[in-house]
Design a protein around this ligand. Structure first.
Ligand code: SF4
Ligand code: SF4
Ligand code: SF4
Length: 844
């Protein structure tokens, strides 16, 4: 009797408790007690159940032998009732059951149990009710699961992309750190440079942990709403990701970009596991909710607040950049090759040893992402070749990258300066903005002759020679501190504040087609105006010229976005862009990094602060530094350098004018401008020309002066076109006139410089007395001031050397552009020589 009571007590601790007492008593009477040793199979799936089992002590495991059996394995604890459903529904056993340790099992043999079922219909009824309730619960659970799946789907990380490749100590340490972090559920901060696959490491931790069957979701912090509703949900409204996640893992990618208002909320979540759903402003603080989710953070740098959570158990994992773990590059290359080839069913090529050495010698600033894109690009380019050679790896970048020295890496202080507000904002708005109107006013209202006007001295004796000298070294640098555009930008900003509106987008197609011709026309008019009205000796007209260009910048800045005038229409900008092609300096971005790691393109588009990238409005001339092929399209404002969060922008030292024979696209309007600038040198010597040619034209008559000026401007065009006719006639040259004409560019620059050297070396050094004279202090005041004037022989020597060096550079450049034997380009070289001799006679 006592034994029956004990068994009834045991039955009440099982799911059979729902049965009436009389039925429990009847079952208790039929129970046989068995002691079963560990590792015995109690039930075999798909066989007829031989008894009803009730586990009293010990532990069982139930599973189904199928490909996904592991996922179905479950542990059965004391109180579990086995085979009840199968016996009632007359089904075979659904699962195999083994005992993991010694167990006490109560058994009711099948015939005895079926007798009881016949005798007590309550058993069937109770179990049916139980099953119906279970079904309801399952349906509710299923609905919740479906809703959960929908909510989590956009963020789900389905699997690990790749493992940690390599056997260096860095790779080994990283693997150990991942393994360690997978053992518990503490938060993890994974930090390192862009392109290292930190999100993949977070996935490795999640899928290596016991919670691998739970979902892993990834949220990019720069896309999170500042309210935090997406993460934390709303009071009485939509659930947040943390509510849906349960025991899953939440990966916050690039946590350095987390909106500021969420920082404290995240810290509380990390420290306490609790979070506050978002409520209406002014409402009482909502109840905190508890999250079971594991938090995985990735960042491009250490976050001190999170690092301080280390004492709470946060794992900190530093991912080493590729450049410090070069020993792994070979393994990584092989891995990426096999990954790419397997996914496309291609045969796997080998990597040539010299190509591998070259890869190992490169620093990969874009890290693994850059390496992977380099490898896949090489496979595509190799076009099925069995060996990947050095050329296929580097062909894309070789031409653009050869012989470059990134000054920003070599001189970190230069980088610091160019990223600071000093360049060029403070220079422009602290100095140029105020000096420019002063200079224009002096020109308009002060003395008008060159010996008394500071404006004429600054413009003709200083600005021109200095600018021409700077072009080979600093390219279009003037355009970053140019006063014309400062006023353009200022007017644009103020007008948008006073009159908010959408500025017009650029009519790019028309601008590309006609912009060059527009500025050519404007430059021609300016040159004729300069010659006919003697601008060099008339201060107010020189000021008018400055005002005219400023007016262009202002008008087009009021109409169009950014600096449309500078990109397409400014005559000075056109000249600057043309000569900047010859520069030793270039601004470019590393295409590998941009392609592999960048999603924001804020160098081009602008945007808020991101990582080390500052808040900017984007490139003012709509150039993308990674796509730049031509110095003409960059005004060296350094906006992109400030904006780039990935250190992709470079300021390179490069061979003189290298773009002209590597990445250059010729343009007819630009060649017209080149020939016009060449003609301007002849124009500046019109009286000498008149004499030299024995024409003796009466230049005092406006019409004849005008005709003579136009003819002077046309001289280089006529000679170069004549030389080109000879080239075509001999059929020796494969390049068109427009392409080959850029060979004259060094001579144009040199001739212009030689011309302005005369003014620079005789008048620039007189700036102090001229300044005093401008303000009305006569020779008595200025006689004691220092004056520097070069000896005529020195001037002649410098002018002559400039012409000779320019001639040589022009010949070399022509050869480089044409890539043909010297003999086949003889007409052009003779034209160069003839023009140089003529200019020598005129200038020196
Ligand atoms: S393009 Fe013309 S207006 Fe623009 S910055 Fe250069 S010189 Fe100034
Ligand atoms: S240069 Fe521009 S595109 Fe390239 S990484 Fe920087 S911001 Fe991105
Ligand atoms: S490419 Fe960079 S430096 Fe050049 S104009 Fe654009 S933002 Fe300025």
């Amino acid at each position: 009797m006592e034994e029956i009571e004990r068994r009834m007590e045991g039955l009440r601790q099982t799911s059979l408790v729902i049965l009436p007492e009389s039925v429990l008593r009847a079952i208790a009477a039929k129970i046989q007690v068995e002691q079963v040793q560990a590792n015995r199979r109690l039930v075999l799936e798909d066989t007829v159940p031989s008894a009803l089992y009730i586990l009293r002590t010990g532990r069982l495991e139930a599973y189904r032998t199928s490909p996904d059996s592991l996922a179905k394995a479950s542990s059965l604890l004391p109180g579990s009732v086995l085979q009840l459903k199968e016996l009632l529904l007359d089904q075979p056993a659904q699962q195999t059951v083994i005992n993991l340790e010694d167990c006490e099992i109560w058994t009711v043999p099948r015939p005895a149990f079926l007798d009881l079922v016949r005798q007590y219909p309550e058993i069937n009824q109770a179990v049916s009710r139980y099953l119906a309730a279970e079904l309801d619960a399952m349906a509710a659970q299923l609905a919740f699961e479906q809703e959960r799946q929908v909510a989590l789907r956009p963020y789900l990380v389905p699997r690990v992309k790749q493992g940690i490749v390599g056997s260096s100590r860095y790779a080994t340490r990283l693997r150990q750190a991942i393994k360690k972090a997978a053992l518990d559920r503490q938060p993890v901060l994974i930090f390192g440079e862009p392109g290292l696959g930190k999100d993949n490491i977070a996935a490795l931790i999640h899928f290596g942990s016991d919670c691998r069957k739970q979902p892993l979701v990834k949220v990019n912090c720069d896309t999170l709403q500042a309210s935090g509703a997406e993460l934390f949900g709303r009071v009485g409204g939509k659930l947040g990701l943390l509510d849906w996640l349960g025991n899953g893992s939440l990966m916050l990618n690039n946590v350095q970009d987390l909106p500021k208002p969420l920082e404290q909320k995240l810290l509380r979540l990390l420290e306490t596991g609790r979070y506050e759903p978002v409520d209406r402003e002014g409402a009482p603080a909502p109840h905190l909710r508890t999250s079971q989710a594991r938090i995985l953070l990735t960042s491009e740098r250490v976050i001190p607040e999170i690092e301080s959570c280390k004492k709470l158990g946060t794992h900190l994992i530093k991912v080493p950049p590729v450049r410090v773990a070069k020993a792994d590059i070979a393994a990584q290359v092989t891995y990426y090759i096999s990954l790419f080839c397997r996914s496309r069913g291609l045969p796997q090529p080998q990597v040539a040893p010299e190509a591998l050495r070259r890869l190992q010698g490169y620093d990969f600033p874009g890290n693994l992402a850059e390496l992977e894109s380099l490898v896949t690009r090489a496979i595509v380019q190799a076009n099925g070749a069995p060996v990947l050679t050095e050329e296929v790896f580097w062909s894309v970048s070789t031409k653009a990258k050869r012989f470059r020295l990134n000054l920003l890496n070599a001189y970190p202080k230069l980088r610091q300066f160019l990223r600071s507000p000093w360049w060029p904002t403070r220079i422009n708005y602290g100095l140029t903005l105020w000096l420019f109107p002063l200079i224009v006013a002096i020109g308009l209202f002060g003395p008008q002759t060159r010996d008394q006007s500071l404006v004429l001295n600054l413009f003709w004796a200083w600005w021109w020679p200095v600018m021409l000298l700077l072009f080979p070294f600093l390219g279009r640098i003037w355009c970053s501190v140019c006063p014309f555009m400062i006023y353009g930008e200022l007017t644009q900003t103020l007008s948008l504040k006073l009159w908010p509106r959408q500025l017009r987008p650029w009519p790019r197609q028309q601008a590309e087609r006609w912009g060059g011709w527009f500025l050519f026309g404007l430059f021609s008019l300016i040159l004729l105006w300069e010659e006919l009205w003697d601008l060099e000796n008339t201060a107010y007209l020189s000021s008018c010229l400055l005002l005219l260009i400023t007016a262009g910048a202002v008008i087009f800045s009021l109409l169009f976005e950014r600096r449309f005038w500078c990109r397409y229409l400014c005559p000075i900008g056109g000249m600057n862009g043309l000569f900047a092609k010859l520069s030793f300096l270039e601004l470019r971005a590393q295409q590998g990094i941009c392609a592999a790691t960048c999603t924001t393109y804020q160098c081009y588009k602008g945007g808020p602060e991101k990582g080390e990238g500052q808040e900017t409005e984007g490139c003012p001339v709509y150039s993308h530094p990674a796509q730049l092929q031509d110095n003409r399209d960059c005004v060296l404002c350094m906006t992109c350098l400030k904006a780039c969060p990935h250190r992709s922008v470079e300021l390179n030292l490069r061979p003189f004018g290298i773009e002209l024979w590597t990445s250059h696209t010729a343009s007819a309007s630009e060649v017209a401008l080149l020939l016009l600038l060449f003609g301007a040198v002849f124009l500046h010597h019109l009286p000498d020309l008149n004499q030299q040619l024995g024409l003796n034209l009466p230049l005092s008559q406006v019409g004849i002066h005008f005709g003579g000026a136009v003819l002077a401007l046309l001289i280089p065009a006529l000679i170069t076109l004549g030389a080109d006719r000879l080239l075509r006639w001999s059929n020796a040259c494969k390049r068109s006139f427009v392409e080959l004409a850029y060979g004259y560019l060094p001579l144009v620059l040199g001739a212009s410089l030689a011309h302005y050297l005369q003014l620079g070396l005789t008048e620039a050094g007189q700036i102090l007395p001229v300044t005093l004279a401008t303000f009305g202090y006569g020779p008595g005041w200025s006689s004691s001031l220092p004056v520097v004037v070069a000896h005529p022989a020195v001037i002649n020597f410098l002018q002559g050397s400039t012409l000779v060096v320019s001639l040589l550079l022009s010949v070399i450049l022509t050869q480089k552009i044409a890539r043909q034997p010297l003999r086949s380009l003889l007409p052009q070289h003779l034209a160069l020589l003839g023009l140089t001799v003529w200019l020598w006679k005129l200038i020196v």
